[in-house]
Design a protein. Structure first.
Length: 382
């Protein structure tokens, strides 16, 4: 088996989509795929059977949604350029602005467009309730000085004519208890705006870990229903990424060399933390790893190895793992949960080859849908 490669399990993906569909139906809301977390468009035909479209973080993701999902496209960016707005007006169903200044700059351009005037295009503003609930500062959009979302103060006396909805995104891999406190903060800061009769929809963003076994889906459904009634809304949207792709993919790697330094056994792999799973360093977090015998590695044990990547970055280290047996050159290791926030963030830094991408079908067969070559690396920069 050639490595490295990502393998996406379509049966696992379908199971997540079924859970999300149950939530949609019980809460009477819309759920779209957050492309920033997972954008493997070869799986969009499956996703489109269950979800309502995609949310995009800019023009290129919006184009991908429009071309390959062909359902609703909800677009938000911290800042748009005029040329981007021109294209987005043609393909977005929701166009959300990050600030009053962006809305003021493009309001006339948007409101005079035929798709806006016909009702095909609706516009919103992202709100910042200034209510932090997460544990990782790099993923906190509500921190003091954040550039993401308009504060209540910044919207004071702003002309919001043409705005029919609002958007907030404050969570990151969190349960519905954090959504509950966020909704109260949102009401305290923006309740008056949300109750205006022209406001018909609310986008609750992503970060809802809906498909995790311990996620309180009943509370989520109740909160959606209560929020719709509280503000007399026609529609509520959710845009999870990780909840759709969690535990649907793995990254397979080979042991290329084994060295020792200061009594530490080090296994050098053909996958890289910085190139192929950057959240391991950014979050940071420790992925589960299965050894060549299929056994889950632990933190301590007799066969303890530090797993490192092939790049020249000294910190390209995945972590220390103890295996049930001694590792050998050529052994295959499997990193779990490598579908979301991996492929969308990979690089070819240091000329490290990009993993192939494969799909595992319902019958267990594996289909390679993309392999990368030197030309992909070379042509990226010229």
């Amino acid at each position: 088996m050639a490595t490295p490669r990502y393998v996406i399990d379509l049966a696992a993906l379908r199971n997540n989509l079924k859970i999300l569909t149950e939530v949609k139906q019980q809460a009477n809301c819309k759920i779209v795929l957050a492309l920033k977390g997972y954008s493997l468009w070869k799986t969009f035909p499956l996703i489109a059977k269950y979800l309502d479209g995609c949310c995009a973080s800019g023009l290129w993701e919006a184009l991908l949604s429009h071309e390959e999902m062909a359902k609703h496209t909800l677009t938000y960016s911290p800042a748009y350029k005029e040329a981007e707005i021109s294209e987005l007006l043609e393909i977005s169903d929701h166009l959300d602005f990050n600030s009053a200044s962006q809305w003021n700059r493009f309001r006339e351009m948007v409101t005079t467009h035929p798709r806006f005037q016909s009702g095909e295009l609706q516009c919103g503003i992202r709100l910042n309730p200034e209510h932090s609930t997460g544990d990782t500062p790099i993923y906190d959009p509500c921190a003091a000085g954040s550039r993401l979302g308009a504060t209540a103060e910044s919207l004071h006396n702003v002309n919001l004519t043409g705005i029919t909805g609002f958007h907030f995104h404050t969570l990151c891999e969190q349960n519905s208890n954090d959504l509950e406190t966020t909704l109260e903060a949102l009401d305290n800061k923006f309740g008056e705006l949300l109750r205006k009769p022209e406001i018909t929809w609310l986008n609750m963003g992503g970060g809802h870990w809906i498909t995790k076994p311990d996620y309180d889906r009943d509370r989520l459904i109740r909160l959606i229903q209560q929020t719709r009634e509280r503000y007399n809304l026609k529609q509520i949207w959710l845009e999870p990424g990780e909840a759709i792709a969690i535990h649907t993919g793995v990254l397979e790697a080979s042991v290329v060399d084994i060295v020792e330094n200061a009594g530490q056994q080090i296994a050098i792999l053909d996958v890289s933390a910085t190139c192929h799973m950057p959240d391991v360093l950014e979050m940071p977090y420790r992925p589960d790893v299965f050894g060549p015998d299929g056994q889950l590695a632990s933190e301590q044990g007799p066969h303890l190895y530090r797993l490192g990547g092939p790049s020249c970055l000294a910190g390209d280290v995945i972590g220390d793992y103890a295996f049930s047996k001694k590792l050998n050159i050529g052994d295959i290791l499997t990193f779990d949960d490598m579908a979301h926030y991996t492929m969308v963030k990979t690089t070819t830094f240091n000329g490290v080859p990009h993993p192939a991408i494969a799909l595992k079908h319902q019958d267990g067969t594996i289909e390679t849908i993309r392999e990368f070559s030197y030309d992909d690396f070379r042509n990226r920069l010229a």
